[in-house]
Structures are given as structure tokens and as C-alpha cells.
Design a protein around this ligand. Structure first.
Ligand SMILES: *Cc1c(COP(=O)(O)O)cnc(C)c1O
Length: 368
């Protein structure tokens, strides 16, 4: 057995033919950047997400950067976010010249702890970047309530959560701006980099479209300083094809996750299930005390695992200047020590999963 966390080559076998056809069409079209395919994809994904506007951009990091820029956030501003996420979430805050302010997470969902947000708000706070980590929706009602009480903007980092629902609404379209990544390993992945910014606000949409294209609406006329962050036609054509399969693939992830949750032996922690929101399991993460031993045991049996994330952001060297210390966010620090991701992807077979579960039981000393 050799079970990787994700197998993009094997996945390609499921839909490769349609992708190849779509890509060749683009190659023959003579239009390669922000053309018909991007427009078509933007319409389809806006429809899928239940939002008015969607703008294709170069990657998920740029999507977040453009969101902050569109909201006018920069020097002297503070933005609240979670220390337990991919680096880019906080990186962009610093990149626009603002200060990342971290708030600890909930121990079960790994998302920002809504009960700790208000303590972190100052007169400089301008926005909250909420992350739907691993595909689990954050507590959006409470976050929107706090934001509205303090006149803060809400950016949803939904890079790991495309298709996730919170009280019947897809995430990304609940806050002021939603951001997505189409990095190849994401639940909707391109064959290269890609990203998306969504909003229901026509003015923000217009601003984002201009920002992604050098502050320009009319060619060679520039209203403000922007950047080059455009989605290309080949990626858009690929994403149009893959969007057709998204719900099926998310469903597959949920089935695999539910099986893990039912069948795995007792763990320190398994993902919680709620009735008011869905989890699309970009990662299926458990917590164990003897993580290093388990990783070694599984590796020996040909099963790959991953650690998301081994070092919380407040303890990253890049953020030394913020002067946080060990112990500042104990829940995030504890998660970083114990969390472990198991293989979950649309190509994982039933027998592969049975093997993983059996191996986990062997490790736990439970007789199969
Ligand atoms: C992947 C990811 C990003 C960045 O997306 P890229 O397309 O790689 O730039 C940002 N935030 C989170 C939570 C992510 O998982």
C-alpha cells in the first residue's frame, strides 16, 4: 500500500479528457488573459456561490490582498485574524502596511473564537479576516454582529472552503468580501495558480476589477495604483470543467470523513459535526497525544499524513516584530502540537480507507 494525502495525477484520470478539450479550445482561440472563459467562469461561480459579483484573480493570496486594498486598509490600521491558518492570511495584512492582530481559536473547529474577538478591537481596528479552516464554516452570525457593532469590514478567507454552507448560505458571500484559491490541491483546483474575489457590493466589485488590472477600467487610463493579478483563460477553462464536478467531489469527501469519524478508534479529537453548517473537509484532522509515533507507524504502513499547521502564525519568525510570545494563544499552540491530517481526496478508494482505519486501530491496540 502507498496512500498519499492527495493524488492529483490519479484524479486527472477522472476528468482529463474534458480538460484537454477545453484547454485546446483556448489555445486555438487567440485570447489568453481575462477573456470569454474568465467571464463565463466568473458568472458560473458567482451563481454557484450565491453572490452577485465574482472577479477571477491570479491566486488566493492576491484575492486577500485585493480585498484589503479595495476596502482601503493600510498603514496605521489593524486587522483581526486567527493565528491558526496558512501564512498568507496574515501575510497580506502586513503586506498592505496594516498590523495583524491575532485572536485565539476554538478548540473544536479551529476557527477564530468569536468570544475573544471584542477584547482585541481597538480604535485602529478596521476589519476581521475570518478563515473557514479545513472547510469548516466559522461562526458567521456572531462575527457579522460584532463587525456591525464596531463598524468593521469582514473578509472571508474561504480558500479551503468552497461550497461550505453556513445556515444555508455558501461561505464567501456572507461577509463584505470573500476570497478563494484555486491552487491545485484546493477542493476546486486549477492546473496552476488561480484565485477569486466575490462580493455583493457593486462599488467594491468595480474597485477590485480595476485593482487587479493596474487601477485601470479603460485601457491605458489609470485611476489609481493597482497591480497585475489576472486569471488566465486556460485556468478559467479548466475551472469551468472542474466546477461541474465540484459538488460530487465534495460529497465524496464528506462520505469519507463521516466514515473516519464513525470508524476510527477513540481519538483525543475528531472533527465536530453541526446541524447549522457543513464541513467540506479540505483536510480531515484529528488530534492525538503520541503524534510522532503515529506518523511513523502510518508511514511504515505506506500511509501519508500531514500537519496543518506545525507553527501558529504568532510564533513565526516573520512576525517576530509583533512581539507575541509562546503562551499567548494556548488553544492554537495546543492544536499545532497534536493535530494530524489523514488522507482524504476524491480518489481515495473504500479499500484504501478501510486499510487506513484498520492501521489506526492496530496502532491504538484495538483488535480489528
Ligand atoms: C491556500 C490558501 C491561501 C492562499 O492561496 P494561494 O492561491 O496559494 O495564494 C490563503 N489562505 C488559506 C487559508 C489558504 O488555504
Amino acid at each position: 500500500m502507498n496512500i498519499p494525502l492527495i493524488d492529483l495525477k490519479k484524479e486527472y484520470g477522472l476528468y482529463g479528457k474534458n480538460i484537454e478539450k477545453a484547454v485546446i479550445e483556448v489555445l486555438q482561440s487567440g485570447s489568453y488573459i481575462l477573456g470569454n472563459k474568465v467571464e463565463q467562469f466568473e458568472k458560473e461561480i458567482a451563481n454557484y456561490l450565491g453572490v452577485k459579483y465574482a472577479a477571477g484573480v491570479a491566486n488566493g493570496t492576491d484575492a486577500l490582498l485585493l480585498a484589503l486594498a479595495a476596502l482601503g486598509i493600510g498603514e496605521g490600521d489593524e486587522v483581526i485574524t486567527t493565528p491558526f491558518t496558512f501564512f498568507a492570511t496574515a501575510e497580506v495584512i502586513a503586506k498592505v502596511g496594516a498590523k495583524p492582530v491575532f485572536v485565539d481559536i476554538e478548540p473544536d473547529t479551529y476557527n477564530i473564537d468569536v468570544n475573544k474577538i471584542e477584547k482585541a478591537i481597538t480604535d485602529k481596528t478596521k476589519a476581521i479576516i475570518v478563515v473557514h479552516l479545513f472547510g469548516m464554516a466559522a461562526e458567521m452570525d456572531k462575527i457579522m454582529e460584532i463587525a456591525s457593532a464596531h463598524q468593521l469590514k469582514v473578509i472571508e478567507d474561504a480558500c479551503q472552503a468552497i461550497g461550505t454552507e453556513y445556515k444555508g448560505k455558501r461561505v464567501g458571500g456572507i461577509g463584505d468580501i470573500g476570497c478563494f484559491s484555486f491552487f491545485p490541491t484546493k477542493n476546486l483546483g486549477a492546473f496552476g495558480d488561480g484565485g477569486l474575489v466575490v462580493t455583493n457590493d457593486p462599488d467594491l466589485y468595480k474597485k477590485i476589477c480595476q485593482l487587479r488590472n493596474h487601477g485601470s477600467e479603460e485601457r491605458y487610463i489609470h485611476d489609481f495604483i493597482g497591480m497585475n493579478s489576472r486569471l488566465d483563460e486556460i485556468q478559467a477553462a479548466i475551472l469551468i470543467e472542474k466546477l461541474k464536478l465540484l459538488d460530487m467531489f465534495l460529497f465524496k469527501r464528506i462520505i469519507v470523513a463521516n466514515t473516519y469519524t464513525q470508524e476510527l478508534p477513540n481519538m483525543k479529537k475528531k472533527p465536530p459535526q453541526y446541524t447549522d453548517r457543513t464541513h467540506t473537509y479540505h483536510q480531515y484532522c484529528i488530534e492525538v497525544d503520541d503524534r510522532e509515533q503515529l506518523i511513523g507507524f502510518l508511514k511504515e504502513k505506506g500511509i501519508a499524513t500531514g500537519i496543518y499547521y506545525p507553527v501558529p502564525l504568532h510564533l513565526q519568525k516573520a512576525f517576530d516584530y509583533l512581539q507575541y510570545r509562546q503562551g499567548d494563544f494556548p488553544v492554537a499552540e495546543n492544536a499545532a502540537k497534536h493535530i494530524l491530517a489523514l488522507p482524504i481526496n476524491p480518489t481515495l478508494t473504500v479499500s484504501e480507507q478501510e486499510y487506513i482505519i484498520k492501521t489506526m486501530k492496530d496502532f491504538a491496540g484495538v483488535s480489528p
